[in-house]
Write a protein that binds this ligand. Sequence first.
Ligand code: CS2
Length: 510
Amino acid sequence: MPRLGTRSLPAIAARGIAVPSYDRRGMMPAVVHLGLGAFQRAHAAIVFDDLMNRAPAAHPGAWGVFGVAMRQPGLIQAIDAQDGLYSVRAADADGAVVRVVGALAATGVAAQAPARIVDVIGAEATRWVTLTITEKGYGWHAAGGGPDLSHPTFGADWADPAAPPRSAVGLIVAALALRRARCLPGLTIASCDNLAGNGGKLQHLCFELARRRDPALADWIATGCTFPSSMVDRIVPQAGAAECDHAASVLGADDEAAVGCERFGEWVIEDHFAAPCDDLRALAASSPDAPASIRLRIVADVAPFEQAKLRLLNGSHSAIAYLGASAGIETISEAIVQPAFTGFVTGLMAEELAPGLTRPDIDGYCRELMARFSNPSLRHRTHQVAADGSQKIAQRWAPVLAERFATGLPVPRLAFAAAAWMRYLRGRDDLGHEHRIDDPMAQVLRATIDAAGPAPAAIVPALLGVRVIWGDAPAANPAFVAQVVRWFEALDRDGIATTLAEFNRTAIRR
Ligand code: CS2
């Protein structure tokens, strides 16, 4: 079977599959994306591909992407061997659509060649930087706010701002210094990670690191660059052999960078760009019609969309993940279709996560989410969503707890979810299978649990006392601590299925 590449495109198009309609030879990278992975390939890259598919022939390739893997070269090698091309299969209960995306113009690996990445961000053709480096990639101190100087790569860049940059923020700041020296204009720099106020946080980190190099650089960034916040949404499980097998059968060509995702896709971005983006605005004003497209919105205030998404989608996702993984259930969809999970998560959203949210049509959004979670086409592993809990809980659950405690509102389901996270940290599911705790704070969590001893009554206050995860409020609330202890003991003793059934039966009876 041939490999996907420029030469195989005519045969793929002849099968009725959408392929790039623009001349890819003219592509200049206008966007540098840090953190190339499955998510970006199935999300923002599709928007840039749509923009180029719609562009007049006189301006081909105006939104080409330079994709940067922060560390691992494997994906980059596969993409390079395919002339930057890959396929996306978007599926839900109504069926699947496939397209070949051509937006990747070039690639690089930051850990191998940081100077090259700095040079590309510093190049005249570059107008945007986008990031999907996950919550843990920034170096933001969740408890104190501002730079986390103990962060492995950001901290290293902070300690030696003149050394080759190792962090995403370090790469950006070094490149902005270069742009300034080259008398080039500033950039639009858009975080696409699940962090509340992601634009403001990234801006703050860039300012602080720039100030350490040269206060004039920080001033230059403040006047010439923008950091729009954005809410990104598409469920994109980690890609693997199943996606490649699917792609081979549909394309008639091998695609080692194939991605699978749901059909739903949304990108809500703050209207704050360093340079005019008329074509982006035109795309946002039209309804998405190409296969696997993303619904793009440009808004004055992203916060209502971001809060709704972080709490309802991501907050529920984490709860399903800890309960599901500890029950030995492999995927999110297999978990959520069980009636006890459906009831729990529906109640979690309606009673504890949704109140106070201002996104339009919250009820419809919640109903749609339940359908998205149960999408039978996605094999989204519970352990994948369970990873990095220390980073995710701080964004997804802790702000809701603080708000509800402040007004005396009950949080029985979040207490249960907190207990499920602690049960997950035991590292062994109800079927006796052991799992690794994949979390940048795994050692701290292990040490906290070991110091507390085996009893939930000791572990719960110790873990809730980790401020960077939970903030101050949960550990200071004895009633909450007692609820978490109660459910952690029950989960340990009786397992997930029995305890969840008991919770649904007793704890939320009015
Ligand atoms: C998930 C997200 O892995 C996780 O923690 O909650 O990746 C989720 O699938 C996306 O944010 C959906 O937009």
